[in-house]
Design a protein around this ligand. Structure first.
Ligand SMILES: [Ca+2]
Ligand SMILES: [Ca+2]
Length: 128
């Protein structure tokens, strides 16, 4: 996952049972870590430690967690359903971001099927 546009997974190094200190015993460099794909991390020894160790890690594209949450308030409820329904019936407009979250089945358009899908979720929550 990208944080602030780049991925920098924490690294902990141990030597003889002691946790080494970043920037004291070693320095860490990240490469190609601003986009989804394979990134590289290089650890270089410092002061008493020598050597370079590199490893690759995968950056995955963050998936929008709030799909279905058209108004972006963190929950999927009847308000989202109303928004999507209203848009599907051409009563109102949605922003590009809202459209992305409103397109529940990810077929590229926001229509009644998305509204129905949200309705099902909302009702499942209401009647467990
Ligand atoms: Ca919502
Ligand atoms: Ca859709």
């Amino acid at each position: 996952m990208l944080k602030d546009g780049k991925a920098e997974p924490e690294i902990t190094l141990n030597y003889n049972g002691k946790t080494l200190q970043k920037d004291v015993d070693y320095i860490v460099e990240y490469m190609d870590n601003t986009e989804a794909g394979t990134a590289t991390v290089a650890v270089m020894g410092k002061n008493n430690f020598v050597g370079v160790y590199t490893a690759e890690f995968e950056i995955t594209e963050p998936t929008p967690k709030n799909t279905g949450d058209a108004n972006g308030d963190g929950i999927i409820d009847s308000n989202d359903y109303a928004m999507i329904k209203s848009f599907a019936m051409c009563y109102s407009n949605l922003t590009a971001e809202q459209m992305e979250f409103a397109d529940y089945n990810k077929d590229g358009i926001v229509d009644a099927f998305d509204a129905i899908a949200i309705d099902l979720i909302v009702n499942k929550i209401k009647k467990p």
